[in-house]
Design a protein around this ligand. Structure first.
Ligand SMILES: [Fe+2]
Length: 330
């Protein structure tokens, strides 16, 4: 395998929090081209954040936006309540029916968590512990955004994820979000988490099997690619497709996936009465995919409002959620 671009690697390693990583091991894991593309994207995100934070008048806009939201809630007398909302994700239990589901998987219970943004609410592991204690499920899937910011240190969010891991059962599959750096993939195995970066894994129940497919971030890095797993999806009796953002809906449906799970939007996080979200951070994606269940062609999907928050530690008319999907054979 050829060496990584030395200039790119030097730039990556200029950030102290990345120096612990073995990039040749990561290149072996995900492939040289994908690693370089992802790292270039990550460095571009650093440059953008640096420019954004330091250039007048942009450096005032982001803090102003955050303060504006807080001030608006405070003026309405709702700021404390909105902060409490952000620390009280709901337990949502639902069934989804599929004609192609193998009989052996009828009643299969999938726990879905997404958008932790751990460093914004450090007490999140305790909150999750309280909600998850005693819950029964067969498999857990995580659809990304473990870190608070888009750039910067990730070790704190990793520590919180490790604390949460014991609540997630034996089998955990995870994809990366637009707030996550690719280096996390090296950390997942020691936590007993299987990271899926344009990859798929078959799981068995009795004599039957289904495929769990996962792609990289489709929102910011756009390094999602279904091609390496296309044939396996086509041959599988049933495919559960994980993508941080629902923006991968077209490639998932065209590949033949049956059920797609996503997060990313936070359901809008700050919504108008009735739950309408002014901002959902989706490009070229139907608005119905911003939260809850949806359908595209023959594929069903569900976009979770997520566990945590970003930007402002408040939720308004939009509770967070931890979701249990029970697969049913029609
Ligand atoms: Fe997020």
């Amino acid at each position: 395998m050829s060496e990584l671009d030395s200039e790119l690697l030097a730039k990556v390693l200029s950030h102290a929090h990345y120096r612990e990583n073995d990039y040749s091991q990561l290149a072996e894991r995900v492939g040289h081209d994908l690693l370089e593309e992802r790292l270039r994207g990550q460095m571009k995100a650093y440059d953008r954040a640096h420019t954004f934070r330091n250039r007048f008048p942009l450096k005032w806009l982001w803090p102003l936006y955050r303060k504006g939201i807080r001030a608006g809630l405070w003026v309405m007398g709702q700021y404390d309540r909105a902060r409490r909302n952000a620390r009280n994700p709901l337990w949502v239990e639902r069934e989804e029916w599929f004609p192609h589901l193998p009989e052996a998987f009828d009643g299969y219970r999938i726990l879905h968590l997404t958008d932790f943004h751990f460093d914004y609410i450090p007490e999140m592991p305790e909150i999750l512990h309280r909600i998850l204690e005693g819950r029964v499920f067969d498999l857990c899937v995580l659809t990304g955004d473990y870190r608070g910011e888009v750039t910067g240190p990730y070790q704190e969010s990793l520590r919180h994820l490790k604390r949460t891991r014991s609540q997630l059962g034996e089998e955990v599959f995870a994809v990366l979000g637009n707030h996550d750096n690719i280096e996390l993939l090296l950390k997942f195995p020691e936590m007993g988490i299987t990271g899926l970066l344009n990859e798929a894994v078959e799981i068995q129940r009795g004599d039957a099997s289904i495929l769990i497919a996962g792609v990289d971030d489709a929102h910011m890095y756009q390094t999602h690619d279904v091609e390496p797993i296309q044939d396996r999806i086509r041959e599988a009796a049933f495919t559960l497709f994980l993508s941080h953002s629902p923006e991968a809906y077209k490639i998932a449906a065209d590949a033949g996936a049956d059920f797609m799970l996503s997060g990313h939007t936070h359901g809008g996080q700050i919504c108008l009465p009735g739950g309408w979200a002014p901002v959902v951070h989706l490009h070229d994606t139907p608005r119905k995919m911003a939260a809850g269940p949806w359908t595209w062609k023959d594929m069903k999907g569900y976009t979770s409002r997520g566990v945590g928050i970003s930007s402002v530690d408040c939720r308004w008319n939009c509770p967070g959620e931890i979701t249990l999907h029970v697969l049913r054979k029609r």
